[in-house]
Each structure stands twice: as structure tokens, then as C-alpha cells.
Design a protein around this ligand. Structure first.
Ligand code: HEM
Length: 558
């Protein structure tokens, strides 16, 4: 008999015992030894019921998806907590599950979403992303309302809001009701802080050059510091100064919050993630306080920026050498033109969203590209030749212009192939099925949550030739990627697709297209002989698939 059905009568029995005991107490009966025994029974009953609830909520998927191939709860969660690289999980757990059916879908438990169905084929991904009325974004879970995850990311911002008026008001172009974010969105696309990207790359090189001629760096550590400074200045004109001061107050605070946001324990038990439980979890209370300080600082910056905008053109006060405007200025300008239809709360929430969406993601993408260049010397040489052809070979840093980065198609191919082979995000945020429907041959019922296993899609051998191999030429004009796209559509979606596609796609690609040629012109890259990553890139497995302790040797060319 399945465990659930054997548990139901037991639980009912316990429920009636609790009721009987409650009746006897309310009848003012003398408390005797029998009553003491009953107390023990209640305690046992509550413990038993809690176990039953945990079993039903976490360990078993919802009944409507139990027929699909399933990654066992303990196997999957323990793989993640043991920090197994995600491509191993794909090879040993999720890949074989996906291969079991024609539609390629399987179910797994995610710490952020709970149980969901995962898509691994382009046909299903296309329908999921384009039919937003059938598959809207899942509204932020109510049980996570007071959590750090919720306060930091799942507020009223473009990323988290489910489809609806508030999201449309923030995003859709040509909406009659509000043109706020559309205006911001257009400006965001037009005004790329290319010069800022270059200046901060130069600043990073100065840090590296303080070491000896040839050095080994912790790539991800430096790239997160670089992208933090980029998003701080480009986002709201605030200099974290993370490149120069690894551990200053604001960098520490930000890193603390990011770590706290994805704490597996509190993702699993959001009920305890509130300052009220501070007496039991004092460290968590500190995380809430740190987040409050961070959000208050943002509020201060918004108010201050508004005042500056009254009297000036809003051009960066931190980065005085440029006329590039930060995202906050663009939002406030758009808001002013539309009589302030966006609240401070929404602006603050969107700024937090830009952090979470644009910081570790781009740092991961650049670190992965550096790994691929270090492990493929012939690709590295070809990319360097292109950088030198456009920027020159003089022994000094050159900041590429927007026109120059367009003249480097091979580096663009390296970036795209890296985003395919070394997927940045494990999945998009879950969508929720609004009515029973067929998704590429798999019937899904209303209420089912669905995500996309990005790595399984990008390395699907039914779609890509020799998918494990790093081959930038796939993305050459008329190459494999074009053919795959023509045949299957939606096969390369590191930034998603459709109405909820990443709005930072150009921002992120341009960060990479400025940084990589400058890097290649100045340094030769290789893996240390004793690197753990010789065989393959080892990554984390929750949400953003970050490289783990990736050291790369840099040899200066000037
Ligand atoms: C390599 C870097 C990046 C990757 C791989 C990436 C990937 C993605 C993906 C897959 C989505 C869709 C999520 C979903 O539908 O659940 C998304 C959404 C989003 N991204 Fe990015 N992103 C990157 C960089 C950035 C940057 C730099 C920014 C901003 C500065 C940004 C801002 C956003 C926003 C605001 C959304 C929400 C759009 C919406 O739902 O309407 N992203 N990103």
C-alpha cells in the first residue's frame, strides 16, 4: 500500500484523539495520570502530523504530476546540498529522466519553487514562453511573504510580478495606461554605459597588475566585484568600490544579503524567516537588519537623486568623466514625464531586481568565457587577433566604443557559445498552468508549475551536434545555431524569450563585449596545472550555476 494511504487513517485517528482530549479538558475534568498520558499522545500526534505534512508537501510531488519521471526528493536535494556540479546532476539524474519520454519532461523539487515540471525540448519551451496567458509567471508564494527572498527580490518589480496590470504598467511598450517603464525601457536600451564598462575594466587590471607579472586569480571573485561596481554605478550612481576594497562595509552588506537570500534552510522553512524568530535564529535577525539598512540606503538615494534631478540633468555624480545616465535617473525622468506613476516602493524593488538579475549572472557568464578561452588556446588566439585588429596592439589599455564592439563578431560567437554550453541559470522562474493543456505531447493540469531546465535544453543531443564541445563556430552566419533555430526554434535561450525575456540582454552582452577584448589584448589566459577544472567546469547547482573556486593564470602582454 502506498505510504500516503496507510497514513491517512492513522492521522484521522490522531485527530479524533486530540478532539476527545480537548473536550475532556473543557469539561473541567480532574487532570489525572490518564490526562498526562493523553498529553504525551497529543505531542506524539502533533509530531506525527508534522511529519505527514512534510512528507506530503516536500517529499511527494503534487498528485497531478506523479505520473511523470521524477528526480527523487532526497537524491536531488542532497546532490544540491553536497554541491554536486549541475552538469553531473544532468548526466546522472535529470538527463536520463528526460530521455524516458518523447516529450522530455521530468519533475523535480526546487528550493525556491517547490515541485515543478521541467521542460528540456525547444518545442515545449517555445509554447511555455510565448503563450503567456496559458503559462503566466507564478505569483510569489504567500508563505514566503516576510522572508529575505521576498523583501529583497519578490516585491513589486518587473522580474517577480506575475502577468497583470502592474507588470504591464512597468514594462509593456505602447501601453495606453502607463508609459513609465516602456519609456525607461527604451532609454535603457539606447543609453549603454559602454565607457563605464571600459573604465571599470581598466580599474580591475590595475588591481591585478599590483601582483607580479604572471598571476593566478580567483576569477569569479574578481568578476563579481567588477559587476557589482558596474551595477551600483550604472544602476543608481552608487560606488560600492568593490574592485579596490574587497571587504568594505557596503560590499560586505550586499554579499551578506545575497548569501542570506539563498540560504537552503530558510528557503525550505520560510515560516522561520522573520525577525520575530530572532530569539531562536539571531544570525537570521542580523540578516534582516542588514537588508533593512540596504533598503533604507536605497530609499535615501532615490530621494537624493530626485533633488539632484530638480536642479540638473541627472548625469552621473560618481563617474564624472562620462555623460552616461544611471538606471535610476532614467526611471525618475520617465516617472516625471508620466506624473510620477511609479511609486518609490516600485523603484526600489526594481533596483533590487537589477542587482539580482544582473550581478552574479554576468559575473558567471564572463568567468565561464574566461574558462573556455583558457582551455581552448586556438580560440583564445583567434579572439585576441580580432581584438588587436580592432583596438590596435599598442602596449596600453584601449576602451572599445559601441562601434568597435560591433566589429568583433568572433568574440560575440565565443560569448554566445559560452552561454549555450555553460548555462548561467538553472531555470527560468516557474510558470503556472492556468487551464488543463497539452504541452508538446504532455498533458498538464491547471495549477501545475513548469520551469525550463536550461542546461538540458542547451546540451540536448537531439538538438545540438556534439553538445558538450565548445565550438564558437556554431554561431557563425549560416552555422549550426541558425539551422537549429530554423528547425526547432527556441533552442538557445540563455536570456529566455517572449514577453518576459531578459530586459538586460543588451546591457549584459555589451558588458562582455567590452570586457573580453580588453582582457585578451592585455593578458594570456591558462589554467593552473593543478586546477580542479581540468576535466570540466565545476559549478554550483542552485539557481545561478556559478563556477566554484576557479583559478586562472594571467600572463601580462604589456
Ligand atoms: C548573463 C547575464 C544574464 C542572464 C543569463 C539573464 C537571464 C535572464 C532570464 C533567463 C530571464 C527570464 C527569467 C524568467 O522569465 O523567469 C531574465 C529576466 C530579466 N533580466 Fe536578465 N539576465 C542577465 C543579465 C541581466 C542584466 C544585466 C539585467 C539588468 C541590468 C537583467 C535584468 C532582467 C530583468 C529586469 C528581467 C525580468 C524581465 C521580465 O520578467 O519582464 N538581466 N534574465
Amino acid at each position: 500500500m502506498p505510504l500516503t494511504s496507510s497514513l491517512i487513517p492513522a492521522v484521522n485517528n490522531i485527530k479524533s484523539q486530540i478532539l476527545a482530549l480537548w473536550l475532556s479538558v473543557s469539561n473541567n475534568k480532574t487532570i489525572t495520570t490518564a490526562a498526562a498520558n493523553k498529553k504525551i499522545s497529543i505531542f506524539a500526534a502533533l509530531a506525527f502530523m508534522s511529519l505527514y505534512l512534510i512528507y506530503n508537501k516536500f517529499i511527494l510531488p503534487p498528485p497531478q504530476i506523479r505520473h511523470l519521471p521524477r528526480a527523487g526528493f532526497f537524491e536531488f536535494v542532497s546532490s544540491i546540498s553536497k554541491k554536486r556540479p549541475y552538469d553531473e546532476i544532468l548526466k546522472e539524474i535529470t538527463g536520463p529522466l528526460a530521455a524516458k519520454t518523447d516529450h522530455g519532461m521530468y519533475t523535480a523539487f526546487s528550493l525556491v519553487t517547490g515541485w515543478a515540471v521541467y521542460v528540456t525540448r525547444p518545442e515545449a519551451a517555445k509554447k511555455l514562453l510565448l503563450k503567456t496567458d496559458l503559462f503566466p509567471k507564478h505569483a510569489p508564494p504567500k508563505d514566503k511573504k516576510d522572508t529575505i527572498l521576498s523583501k529583497f527580490i519578490m516585491g513589486p518589480n518587473i522580474i517577480s510580478l506575475p502577468q497583470g496590470t502592474q507588470w504591464k504598467n512597468q514594462r509593456i511598450v505602447n501601453s495606453q495606461s502607463s508609459l513609465l517603464i516602456p519609456k525607461f525601457y527604451n532609454r535603457f536600451h539606447r543609453s549603454m554605459p559602454i565607457q563605464l564598462f571600459g573604465e571599470l575594466a581598466q580599474k580591475l587590471f590595475v588591481e591585478w597588475d599590483k601582483e607580479v607579472d604572471s598571476l593566478s586569480i580567483d576569477v569569479f571573485d574578481f568578476m563579481t566585484r567588477w559587476t557589482l561596481d558596474v551595477i551600483g554605478i550604472a544602476g543608481f550612481d552608487f560606488n560600492f568600490n568593490a574592485i579596490e576594497e574587497k571587504d568594505n562595509e557596503w560590499v560586505d552588506r550586499y554579499n551578506h544579503i545575497i548569501k542570506a537570500t539563498f540560504s537552503p534552510f530558510f528557503l525550505l522553512f520560510p515560516f522561520f524567516d522573520s525577525p520575530y524568530w530572532g530569539f531562536l535564529f539571531p544570525k537570521r535577525k542580523r540578516s534582516h537588519d542588514e537588508l533593512d539598512l540596504f533598503l533604507n540606503k536605497m530609499q535615501e538615494i532615490i530621494v537624493h537623486k530626485r533633488q539632484i534631478l530638480e536642479n540638473s540633468d541627472g548625469i552621473s555624480t560618481v563617474n564624472k568623466s562620462t555623460t552616461e545616465k544611471d538606471l535610476l535617473t532614467l526611471m525618475l525622468e520617465a516617472a516625471k514625464e508620466e506624473n510620477g506613476k511609479i511609486t518609490d516602493e516600485e523603484i526600489k524593488s526594481n533596483l533590487c531586481g537589477f542587482f539580482i538579475a544582473g550581478h552574479d549572472t554576468t559575473a558567471t557568464a564572463i568567468s565561464n568565457a574566461m574558462y573556455n578561452l583558457a582551455t581552448h588556446p586556438e580560440v583564445q588566439e583567434k579572439a585576441r587577433e580580432e581584438a588587436i585588429r580592432v583596438l590596435g596592439d599598442q602596449p596600453e589599455d584601449v576602451l572599445p566604443t559601441l562601434e568597435q564592439i560591433k566589429e568583433m563578431p568572433y568574440i560575440q560567437m565565443v560569448i554566445k557559445e559560452t552561454l549555450r554550453r555553460n548555462t548561467v541559470l538553472q531555470s527560468i522562474l516557474a510558470r503556472v498552468v492556468t487551464e488543463d493543456t497539452d504541452l508538446a505531447g504532455c498533458v498538464l493540469t491547471k495549477g501545475t508549475r513548469v520551469g525550463i531546465d536550461m542546461m538540458a535544453l542547451h546540451r540536448n543531443p537531439l538538438i545540438w551536434e556534439d553538445p558538450e564541445t565548445f565550438k564558437p563556430e556554431r554561431f557563425a552566419p549560416g552555422g549550426e545555431a541558425e539551422a537549429v533555430n530554423k528547425k526547432h526554434g527556441t533552442s538557445w535561450i540563455p536570456f529566455s524569450n517572449g514577453a518576459r525575456m531578459c530586459i538586460g540582454i543588451n546591457f549584459s552582452l555589451n558588458e562582455q563585449r567590452v570586457f573580453l577584448p580588453m582582457l585578451l589584448k592585455k593578458y594570456e589566459l591558462s589554467l593552473p596545472d593543478d586546477s580542479n577544472h581540468k576535466e570540466k567546469l565545476i559549478t554550483t547547482a542552485i539557481s545561478i550555476l556559478k563556477p566554484v573556486n576557479l583559478q586562472i593564470n594571467l600572463k601580462r602582454r604589456y
